[in-house]
Design a protein around this ligand. Structure first.
Ligand code: CU
Length: 121
């Protein structure tokens, strides 16, 4: 009975320590090329979410998730293949301003009415 108790304590400890390791390495995979980054992309709705995520998935981007409430786009990408600045440009190209790249006015004007988010100017 005592050994079972000991084993469960040990496995509990292992669980905790593996959790800490994962946290310490956040953003960098074991091979050292996959990175995670987040940046703001302006938009309004679920249609924007689909458009933004589709545009963000350029070559080298393995995952893209845009949050409607926070307007934060999270991308997982291979840093040997693509730079975040390219993703900013790709998202702006479909009409959505990012925190670094502004979309073309004509492309913005072509967005669905409900997708025309408020712009600073
Ligand atoms: Cu929309």
């Amino acid at each position: 009975m005592k050994s079972i108790f000991l084993i469960s304590i040990i496995s509990l400890f292992n669980l905790c320590s593996s959790g800490n390791t994962t946290q310490a390495q956040a953003g960098l995979s074991a091979d050292g090329t996959t990175m995670t980054t987040k940046f703001k992309v302006f938009g309004n709705c679920g249609m924007c979410k689909k458009r933004i995520e589709k545009a963000a998935k350029i070559d080298g981007v393995t995952a893209a998730d845009w949050d409607v409430d926070s307007k934060i786009l999270t991308i997982i990408f291979d840093e040997t293949k693509v730079k975040p600045s390219q993703v900013h440009r790709a998202v702006a190209a479909v009409g959505h301003d990012t925190e670094k790249v502004k979309a073309d006015d004509a492309v913005y004007a072509n967005l669905h009415e409900c997708c025309q988010y408020e712009r600073a100017n």
